[in-house]
Design a protein around this ligand. Sequence first.
Ligand code: URA
Length: 243
Amino acid sequence: MNNESLKRELHQVLSSLKAYVKSDIEMKKPLLHLDLKKNPSVKPSTDKYPHILSENCPAPVSPVLTLEGIREEMGDCQRCLLCRHRKNLVFGEGNPKAALVFVGEAPGADEDMQGRPFVGRAGQLLTKIIAAMGLKRSDVYICNILKCRPPGNRNPKQDEIAACEPFLIKQLQAIKPKIICALGTFAAHTLLKTEVPITLVRGRFHTYQGIKLMPTYHPAYLLRNPEAKRLVWEDVQTIMKKL
Ligand code: URA
């Protein structure tokens, strides 16, 4: 690995760690890695994070996360520059208690127009894949890493991911799915914090925050490479066996 890609990967890991810690602090979860009994040299500020000094305190009560609450918290999001170009923020849709969540990359032009995920050509193919699994779109939950369309469908940038990922983390914490299906390279790389090619990571379960995660090819890739449909079919059958 060269210096540049090492730097990129480190930057991504740090941004995500920041997102997790921020989300845990907001959820008032104790920061378990700061176990004061095991590590007395760590003296976090009690003013900033009063809930982490829990030796004499009752266990913290986490606020109940709901998708509505998370959407409300996003509001008219201006946390990155994508807000300037969007017509609609695409939060996600489906069953708030879904056992299976599909995570894509970012909204495209159709999704931006309608404010709904996966409604364009790639989305229609995803709907067919879901039907072939014996499910309806309303049985599962569908969302993206980014909630706003990158102009010209360019690849998402690090600062956009850092701004948006805490909301995806919260969505997954609220839904508590049994399985996440990461659609395409970008979703797989962002969730798994890896740059290993999708061809090598797809087809088997990984773990994301204690949840089983199956990476597979993005439906847009299947539109260009229909021969890969057979592999996606294998991947979703593996998911169905676990569900
Ligand atoms: N591609 C994605 O990754 N997400 C969408 O919502 C639509 C297309």
